[in-house]
Structures are given as C-alpha cells and as structure tokens.
Write a protein that binds this ligand. Structure first.
Ligand code: HOZ
Length: 428
C-alpha cells in the first residue's frame, strides 16, 4: 500500500462493503487499469484534489459537464441564488422556459425541447418517440457507441461495457435487444445493408456524431451525410446523441460543427453544468408526439429541477455570451494533440491521437482508429501503464482506453506544459 493514496485505498475497501464494487458507476472503479480509484474531495478550475491531498490536472471534467472548469463563479453563484427560493416543485417554472429558449437559440433543429435528469433518460425517451412517431420498432446503433444504460442500447456498447468486455448484459431480455441492429462506425455500407434487409422496419438511427465512448472517434467525410440521406429515403428518424458533444464542440454542438441536421437531438453533461440535467429536442412534428400533446409518454418528478437548471442555464449562458471560448478550446486541443504526439514520437512510442475541439484520445498503436475494432486493436496494457504514470505525475486521465478525454477552458499554457513534462518522463 503506497502512502500517496493511503486514504483512497482505505476508502475503496470500506466502500466495497456498502456499494457494488465501491462505486456508483463502473468505469470509475479503475478495474481495467488496475490499482484503486482515487477518492476526490474538491476541485477548482483545472484541478482536482483528492482525500490524501494530491492535486491533479483534470482531463475528465466529470466526463464532460465541467467545460467552464470546476466551481466557475457564474455557476456556483447561480446555484446559491436559486437555493434561496426552493429545491424542487414538481411544477413548471419560469426558468425552464428561459432554458428552453436558450437551448433553441444555440442549437439547430430544436423546435421543441423537454428537460430530463440524465443523458440515459434523454436517449431512451428519444428512441421511444422515434418509434411512436414512425410506428416502426427496429433501430440502428453503432458498435462502440454508448447511449446510456437503457436496455435497448446495451448491445455492442462502448464505455464501461467495452472497458470490462461485457458482451451480453444479463437482465436484458431478447425482446428488448432483438430490435437493436448494429453497424460498424464509419461504415456506411453496413448501414445501407441494414436498411435494405429491414425495409420499412427501421424507426431510427442513433449515433454519437463524434463518438466518445471508444476513445474519441471522428466521423469520416460522407459518413454522417450518408446516414442523413438514408434516413430521409427510408423515413427513419435521425437521432444525434449529443450528450458529450452538445454545447462542447460548438454552441450548436456537432450539428453546427459538422453541418449535419438531425431530426432529434439528445443532450446531457454540459447542459447541466455539473448538476443532473439532460434534454431531448427536435423537429416540431416529431416532438408533438410527446405527452401531453401526443401519446408517447415520458415524465419525471425532478425534470426541470430549479437548482439543476440554474447550473445548466448559467453554463450555457456563459458559453453563449463568450463564443470565443470555442476557439480557445480548439486551439488548446490542437496544441495538446501536437505536443503529446511530439513527445511520444521522440520516445519511439507508436500512437494515434484523435481530437476534435475539446475531445481527445491517445491510442497506442500506429494504425488509424476509426471504429470499435481499430480502437480495440490498440495496446491497452500500454495505455494502462501510461494512465498510472500520469496519475502519479498529477494528471487525471480517464481510467479506460475506451473513453474520450475532456478538458475545460481552465486549462492554460501552464497546465499544458505540466502535462507534456509528465509525458516526457514516461517510459514504456
Ligand atoms: N459512462 C461514463 C463515461 N462514458 C462514465 C460515467 C462515470 O463513471 O461517472
């Protein structure tokens, strides 16, 4: 037992006697990278501080939400102010209307939007609506994409399922999984074949327009465009899962950045600024299927919770009023990609770095990483060694080779230099 992580090591042992695996979400258990998870205590700006007093530059940022860095004053003040009013009503509020208007003004193709409490809820609801609207049951998802933990999506899914190599999830009935069709990411021919094979049966295609649950995977030219055309041709709903990319890659997310229009869009993470908020929205005609306008039922006691929405509203407002932040994030991403690449190259370590805006992942291997198969073919044990080296050097990366890294506007030249210095010390 090393002294540096003593309190965390004691805490995970105690936690495991009360919580499955000691954690409330599997990837954070460090099971695939080995060692024991670090228990966090507080955070500020670009930094995390653990129970043992160690300090880390944060490249997870709560898996995406903390785009403004930790404890941004606009967000914490908004929460504190709202706390004076109430914690929850289960009734409509003016803030929800303002939030809906702000989302619509920032994101394309959102005529109507409904707030929920997580990305899982958003994706599960969007799929139900697509099915209700089209009257069809099947849908296509992509191998290595993760759309939350609703039954229908846990087929060839990324994130924790890829991390722990879980192929089949006990508890999910064949009935729930039978309508889930899968294709390889960036492989338009497979999508075409599925549409040909299941003519008139496919309600929707759901995709992470930039995937972040098998590392970061960038869509190749023509791939999303091709899916858009196939959905139009076959009257299927195109759902962009923008839980990771929404309000992160641009004000209008991947739709704006990649110039592709979706029919329904799901949000999470940044939209809550660190508190539990998700949303689904899209074209009026489809969204009017949702109860109480239509019959597709969807509900939530804490949906639109005033405290959570105040954090999300403050975060989105700040991004909306300071669009130059996206240019800053892009520059940081490109700089990181180049400097990490240079450092690994000098060491003779084969690698591929995928990056778009403030999403980035390093894969050990020389081949291009364009889908789940190529992500899996990278050197995972070298990633695990790299992860622990970086942790010891005070750089907190996702504890899995199958997750995108996220950074915030709080990362400056100083943190970039510290990160590169840490990589320079790595011995493979
Ligand atoms: N599924 C999340 C990453 N894609 C991990 C969430 C967590 O462990 O907090």
């Amino acid at each position: 037992m090393s002294n540096k992580y003593k309190k965390s090591e004691q805490l995970i042992q105690e936690a495991a006697t009360h919580i499955p695996g000691g954690v409330n979400s599997p990837v954070r258990a460090f099971k695939s990278v080995g060692g024991s998870p670090v228990f966090m205590k507080r955070a500020k700006g670009a930094y995390l501080f653990d129970e043992d007093g160690n300090q880390y530059i944060d490249y997870i940022n709560s898996w995406g939400p903390m785009i403004l860095g930790h404890n941004h004053p606009n967000v914490t003040e908004a929460i504190q102010e709202k706390l004076q009013d109430a914690l929850s009503f289960g009734a409509p509020t003016k803030l929800e209307v303002e939030m809906a208007k702000l989302i619509k003004s920032m994101a394309p193709n959102v005529d109507l939007v409904r707030l929920v409490s997580s990305g899982t809820e958003a994706c599960m609801s969007a799929l139900r609506i697509a099915r209700g609207y089209t009257g069809k049951n099947k849908f296509i998802k992509f191998e290595g994409c993760y759309h939350g933990h609703a039954d229908a999506f846990l087929v060839k899914a990324g994130s924790g399922l890829a991390t722990f190599n879980i192929q089949t999830v006990p508890g999910i009935t064949a009935g729930a999984a039978n309508d889930t069709l899968t294709a390889a990411y960036n492989n338009l021919d497979e999508v075409k074949s599925l549409f040909a094979q299941y003519e008139n049966e496919i309600a929707a295609v759901i995709i992470e327009p930039v995937a972040g649950n098998m590392g970061c995977i960038i869509p190749q030219q023509g791939f999303l465009e091709g899916i858009r055309s196939l959905c139009d041709e076959h009257k299927a709903v195109l759902i962009f899962d923008e839980v990771m990319t929404g309000f992160r890659l641009a004000k209008g997310g991947a739709q704006e950045r990649l110039k592709i229009n979706a029919d329904l869009v799901t949000y999470g993470k940044v939209i809550g600024g660190g508190l539990p908020v998700g949303a689904f929205g899209g074209k009026r005609e489809i969204m009017e299927s949702v109860a109480p306008v239509g019959k597709v039922y969807q509900a939530g006691t804490l949906s639109g919770n005033p405290i959570a929405v105040s954090a999300g509203f403050a975060t989105l407002s700040y991004l909306n009023e300071n669009p130059e932040l996206y240019t800053q994030l892009d520059r940081t991403g490109e700089l990181l990609k180049n400097l990490i690449g240079e450092s690994l190259f000098k060491k003779g370590i084969e690698h591929t770095i995928n990056q778009l805006g403030s999403m980035i992942s390093v894969h050990f291997g020389e081949h291009a990483v364009t889908d789940f198969k190529t992500a899996s073919e990278s050197n995972i044990s070298l990633f695990n060694k790299f992860f622990h080296h970086m942790l010891d050097e005070g750089v907190y990366l996702p504890p899995s080779a199958y997750e995108s890294w996220f950074f915030s506007i709080a990362i400056t030249q100083n943190e970039i230099e510290k990160t590169i210095n840490a990589i320079n010390k790595f011995e493979s």
